[in-house]
Design a protein around this ligand. Structure first.
Ligand code: MN
Length: 465
C-alpha cells in the first residue's frame, strides 16, 4: 500500500512514466470551445484514445485534461487490473467496498473563491458540439448526502453554465441525486451539493457506477484504489469531497426552481432536449494550486460511452460468466453506442450461440444487436467480427429476431422505447471444414520488428495508443 494518497496527478505521472504514448501533451495554444472534443473525435477515428493534456488554453491559466477515461487499457491500469481483466476486477470491487478515510483538510482547499470571486467564467468550461445550449461541465461529479439517512452519493450530472454562479442541471436519469432533491423539496429545503471536477480515475469510475442508495460511492472508489479514499468536508456545504480533488464547486440544487437547460449532445450521437431543468446556485469554488480542469468528451465518444456503461457491463459480464460456462468475453463497439454487443464463446454444442445472445439481451435491455463469435475471433476487432459474419453465417439459418421488446427510449428508431432484437450466430456451423489461413510465426516476428524499428526512427509510436 502506498503511503502517498493516489490522486489524478500521481496517476498522470505513472502513465507518462510507464506508457508515454497514452498521454498526448498539446503545447500549442488552443481555443477553449470545441478543441478537446474535435481532437478526441479525430483521434478516435484513427483508433487512438490517448489522454489529452492541453497546456495552453487561450484566455485561461488552467491546464485542461480530456479523454482521461476513454481507453479501457488506461482504466484497467487505474484500478490495478491486468489488460482485458477490467470487468472481472470491477465486478469484484462492487462487492468488496472500502470505507473512506476522513481528513481534517486537503490540498483541494489550497485556494478558496468566495462571494464575487466564485465565478464560473474563470474556469475553462468549454462548448463541445455545435448544437449544445452553452458551455457544459461534463466531468462534474455531484456529491450530496441523502436528506434522510445522511449516506453520501456521487454521480455525474451534466451542468450548463448559465451565469457566473448559476448552473443548469439535468437529473433526467432520475437516480439518487434526483431522489435526494425530491425529498429535500418535500421538506421545503434546497439540496447542498459539491461538484467535484478532477480526481483519480477510480473516483470517476465509482461516480459512474450504480450502487445501492445506501452505499456511498466513495467506498467503491476505495475498493477500486485498493486503499481508503481520503475525504474532507467542503467549505460552505455539509458534503464530503475527495481531499485530493482538483476543483470543487460548492452550492445548492434549488428546491422547486426550474429553468430551461439544454440541448446537449447525447451518447446516441443525436441532440437531446430531455431535461429536468434544475438550477444549481454556486456558493464557493475551491481549488488545488495549479489545478487541472477535467473535461469528459460527450456525445457518442468512447469516453462518454465507456463511463456510461462500465458498471453495468461488469455486472452483465459476471452474470454471463456464472450462467454460461462456455461464455468467454464480450465487447460493446462504440459504433453501436450502447446498443450493439459482440459475444465470444468457446462453443462445444449447437444452440449455445443463440442461448448466449438471448441471455445478453435479457440482462441488458439497451442491446438490440448481438453477434456471437467463436474463440478465435477477437470481439474488440470489429473487422474480425464482420469477417466471421461474412464467412460463418447464413441469414436464414443463423439470425433470430425478437419483436416488441423493451429497448432504450433514446434510440430514435424505437417506438416509445419498444423495438426488436437481432441475434446473429456467426460461430462456425457444425460440419464447417474450411481451414483458416495462417502465417509462420517467425515471419510475423520479422514484420513486427521491422515496423517497430521504423516507428522508433520516425519518432512516432502508433502501437502505444
Ligand atoms: Mn448512489
Amino acid at each position: 500500500m502506498s503511503t502517498v494518497a493516489p490522486d489524478l496527478r500521481s496517476f498522470l505521472r505513472e502513465i507518462e512514466r510507464d506508457s508515454p504514448g497514452c498521454l498526448l501533451r498539446i503545447a500549442d495554444e488552443v481555443p477553449l470551445d470545441h478543441s478537446a472534443t474535435a481532437l478526441a473525435v479525430a483521434l478516435e477515428k484513427q483508433g487512438r484514445l490517448p489522454i489529452l493534456l492541453f497546456e495552453k488554453v487561450k484566455g485561461y491559466e488552467f491546464r485542461v485534461l480530456a479523454n482521461v477515461c476513454a481507453s479501457r487499457e488506461i482504466l484497467a491500469r487505474s484500478i490495478g487490473a491486468h489488460h482485458n481483466a477490467f470487468n472481472r476486477r470491477f465486478g469484484e470491487c462492487l462487492s468488496a467496498l472500502v470505507p473512506a478515510k476522513r481528513m481534517s483538510a486537503g490540498p483541494v482547499h489550497d485556494l478558496l473563491w468566495e462571494g464575487e470571486t466564485a465565478d464560473l467564467t474563470r474556469l475553462p468550461i468549454p462548448r463541445h458540439f455545435q448544437q449544445d445550449g452553452g458551455p457544459y461541465i461534463t466531468a462534474g461529479m455531484v456529491a450530496a448526502r441523502d436528506p434522510d439517512t445522511g449516506v453520501g452519493n456521487l454521480a455525474f450530472i451534466r451542468l450548463q453554465v448559465k451565469g457566473p454562479r448559476t448552473l443548469g442541471a439535468s437529473l433526467h436519469s432520475r437516480q439518487h441525486t434526483w431522489d435526494y432533491l425530491r425529498r429535500a423539496e418535500k421538506a421545503g429545503r434546497d439540496l447542498p451539493v459539491a461538484v467535484v471536477v478532477g480526481a483519480h480515475p477510480a473516483v470517476m469510475l465509482a461516480a459512474a457506477a450504480k450502487t445501492g442508495i445506501d452505499q456511498d460511492e466513495y467506498e467503491l472508489a476505495g475498493a477500486l484504489l485498493g486503499q481508503p479514499l481520503e475525504i474532507c468536508r467542503a467549505r460552505t456545504v455539509d458534503v464530503d469531497i475527495p481531499a485530493q480533488a482538483e476543483i470543487v464547486i460548492e452550492g445548492v440544487l434549488l428546491a422547486n426552481r426550474h429553468e430551461p437547460e439544454g440541448p446537449f449532445a447525447e451518447y446516441t450521437g443525436y441532440v437531446s432536449g430531455r431535461s429536468t431543468n434544475n438550477v444549481l446556485q454556486v456558493t464557493a469554488i475551491t481549488l488545488r494550486k495549479d489545478a487541472y480542469y477535467v473535461d469528459i468528451v460527450p456525445g457518442n465518444s468512447s469516453e462518454h460511452l465507456t463511463l456510461g456503461r462500465v458498471a453495468k457491463e461488469a455486472w452483465v459480464h459476471q452474470r454471463m460468466k456464472e450462467t454460461l460456462p462456455f461464455f468467454t468475453d464480450f465487447f460493446y463497439p462504440s459504433s453501436g453506442t450502447h446498443y450493439h454487443c459482440y459475444v465470444r464463446i468457446e462453443k462445444t454444442e449447437e444452440g449455445q450461440a443463440l442461448l448466449a445472445a438471448q441471455l445478453l439481451v435479457a440482462l441488458d435491455h439497451y442491446v438490440k444487436l448481438v453477434v456471437v463469435v467463436d474463440q478465435d475471433i477477437d470481439p474488440r476487432d470489429q473487422d474480425s467480427v464482420l469477417w466471421a459474419v461474412a464467412t460463418r453465417m447464413q441469414a436464414d439459418r443463423d439470425v433470430a429476431i425478437l419483436s416488441g421488446s423493451l429497448c432504450n427510449a433514446l434510440d430514435p428508431s424505437s417506438e416509445n422505447g419498444v423495438g426488436a432484437k437481432m441475434l446473429i450466430d456467426a460461430t462456425k456451423p457444425s460440419g464447417f471444414d474450411a481451414e483458416r489461413i495462417v502465417l509462420p510465426d517467425d515471419a510475423c516476428k520479422f514484420a513486427d520488428t521491422l515496423l517497430a524499428r521504423h516507428a522508433s526512427t520516425s519518432g512516432s509510436h502508433p502501437g502505444d495508443w
